[in-house]
Design a protein around this ligand. Structure first.
Ligand SMILES: Nc1ncnc2c1ncn2[C@@H]1O[C@H](COP(=O)(O)OP(=O)(O)OP(=O)(O)O)[C@@H](O)[C@H]1O
Length: 514
């Protein structure tokens, strides 16, 4: 993660836009002022990319930086976006400083950078960007870039984003489509749904389950439920604040820096319902403390809290112990995997929505059953599958059959298969990570700077490829299989004893398999 100081600087600037939005001045205007006269922003961003490419080499650049986009510059902070959380954490862990320095050198961004994950709407073929208010104010050129990068736009299904959005008490944009009516209930989510509905419907001041903590893996509907709660509660006249972890951090750091923390807290205390998504990303000791205080103060004041995370509260190792126990002390509900029947219903509902906007688009039940069977991952992939079927039908002008469906979603199914990892890729990635060359890893050198990455690379080769120990030894400069075995055992042991090494190796694994 970025240093808190940097985050603070960035947040301070971001929050000015938020404040303006709260005061009724559109964030867009604020940002337009901020970027006026910066028509060469695209060129400047291109220069940042050139610098990074020159400093890091083509391989590293294309692995990590090619998909970074400049969303805009607001009050001296460059807002950069990336398509996945994984890429965000990788860049933060390994290249934050380099990215910052180069951005500051070329862009009118003296206050640093802020990195966030681009969110596309559920209708990913239409690729509407649902962003926090501050991000909606992008300079035209950068906005055009982002749109071009994401918009095959064959499957538009409705109103433009501004008509679909609504905003909570703190300026966060909510997505109208993520409501209770569109949420399909099955075995794995019925308890979460029931608790969510109950909380949303409870009169202000009454707190049926406090706090409610929802946890689930990727794409299983946490955000959908949280947004639905926020919207329904808001519709009933309750004062709602909906935060993602990032937005919560912006808010607090900005308030602390500008010494308006009290006002910020007061504002939060004035609400009836606080909803916080992706709590696992709340970082930094003082922010966590503030988060803990806020939760405690709100609960004590009889306000409802709803929080979602990607694992059990107790397993949120980065979070302060007291927050974990407070979150774990209310109603804790897991949203489970989507079974095939539920997947079929979700897909059916998406297809109905698409059909309403595209009356010639029909998908027969056999195809729905087939797709629901093979796209076995999560709701996000089902959205993708529905959009691909529509795109296929629209482009070919043909009805969707089992055969065309199979072709349309093939890449989606394929991307879910584990990627075949090559020993050479492992060596290259590990070498880059530890600042040595691949030749060093293959060499006889026995300095600590080379031995550790070599052993990690051997361990990863054993863990991620079907190669035998002798074969791995041969690929590592003709070493004996006992050397490989020694390395594998050593790293296996080390990662059970050293948490940061464990996380590091885990990150490398995920990157190689992505
Ligand atoms: N039960 C459901 N009914 C309808 N849509 C669903 C359901 N579950 C998931 N989805 C859809 O799947 C997509 C992903 O869901 P969502 O964003 O809520 O996942 P998430 O649990 O928050 O995942 P992440 O932690 O990765 O953000 C959304 O478009 C959502 O509407």
């Amino acid at each position: 993660m970025f240093e808190r100081r940097e985050l603070g600087e960035a947040v301070e600037a971001a929050s000015m836009v938020v404040t303006m939005a709260a005061a009724g001045i559109p964030a867009g205007e604020a940002a337009d002022h901020a970027v006026s006269g910066k028509s060469s922003l695209v060129d400047a961003w291109e220069r940042v990319r050139r610098r990074l490419r020159a400093e890091l080499g083509e391989d590293v650049f294309s692995s990590w930086f090619a998909r970074v986009e400049l969303a805009g510059i607001i009050d001296g902070v460059a807002y950069l976006t990336v398509p996945t959380r994984f890429l965000k954490s990788w860049l933060e862990a390994h290249y934050a400083e380099r990215l910052r320095v180069n951005c500051i050198a070329e862009l009118p961004a003296p206050n640093g950078i802020m990195l966030s994950v681009r969110q596309v709407s559920r209708d990913s073929s239409q690729a509407v960007v649902i962003e926090p208010a501050a991000f909606r104010a992008r300079p035209a050129a950068a906005a055009t870039n982002a749109a071009t990068a994401q918009a095959p736009s064959t499957a538009g299904s409705g109103a433009p984003p501004c008509e679909r959005d609504l905003v909570d008490a703190c300026g966060t944009v909510l997505d109208r489509r993520l409501n209770f009516q569109n949420f399909i209930v099955g075995k794995s989510n019925q308890l979460a749904f029931a608790a969510a509905e109950r909380i949303a419907a409870a009169p202000a001041g009454s707190t049926p389950y406090n706090p409610l903590y929802l946890h689930a893996g990727v794409g299983l509907g946490k955000t959908h439920l949280l947004q639905a709660i926020a919207q329904e509660a808001r519709r009933q006249g309750k004062r709602v604040a909906y935060f993602t972890a990032d937005r919560f951090m912006y808010g607090f750091v900005a308030a602390l820096k500008s010494q308006t923390a009290l006002a910020f807290k007061e504002k939060l205390r004035g609400i009836d319902l606080l909803v916080v998504d992706d709590v696992q990303f709340i970082q930094g000791k003082s922010i966590q403390q503030e988060f803990g205080h806020t939760i405690n103060a709100l609960i004590d004041a009889g306000k409802q809290i709803v929080v979602a995370g990607d694992r059990l509260a107790n397993d949120l190792e980065a979070l302060d112990e007291r927050i974990r126990s407070r979150l774990g002390g209310g109603l804790v509900v897991e949203v489970g995997e989507l079974d095939e029947a539920l997947r079929a219903k979700i897909l059916g509902s998406r297809l109905e929505t698409l059909h309403a906007a595209h009356p010639n688009f029909h998908v027969n039940p056999d195809v729905v059953t087939y797709v629901a069977r093979v796209v076995a991952t999560n709701g996000r992939d089902l959205d993708g599958a529905a959009n691909r079927l529509l795109a296929h039908a629209t482009l070919s002008g043909q009805p969707v059959t089992l055969e065309t469906a199979e072709a349309a979603i093939r890449d989606l199914v394929r991307t879910r298969e584990p990627r075949r990892v090559k020993i050479e890729d492992i060596q290259k990635l590990v070498a880059t990570r530890y600042n040595v060359s691949r030749a060093d890893i293959l060499s006889e050198r026995r300095t600590a700077a080379v031995v550790k990455p070599r052993q990690i690379a051997m361990y990863l080769s054993k863990a991620l490829t079907p190669r035998s120990l002798p074969e791995i030894g041969r690929r590592f400069g003709g070493r004996d299989h006992t050397t490989v075995l020694h390395a594998v055992r050593k790293i296996e042991k080390a990662i059970t004893e050293d948490r940061s090494l464990h996380d590091e190796v885990d990150l490398l694994k995920r990157m190689l398999q992505e």
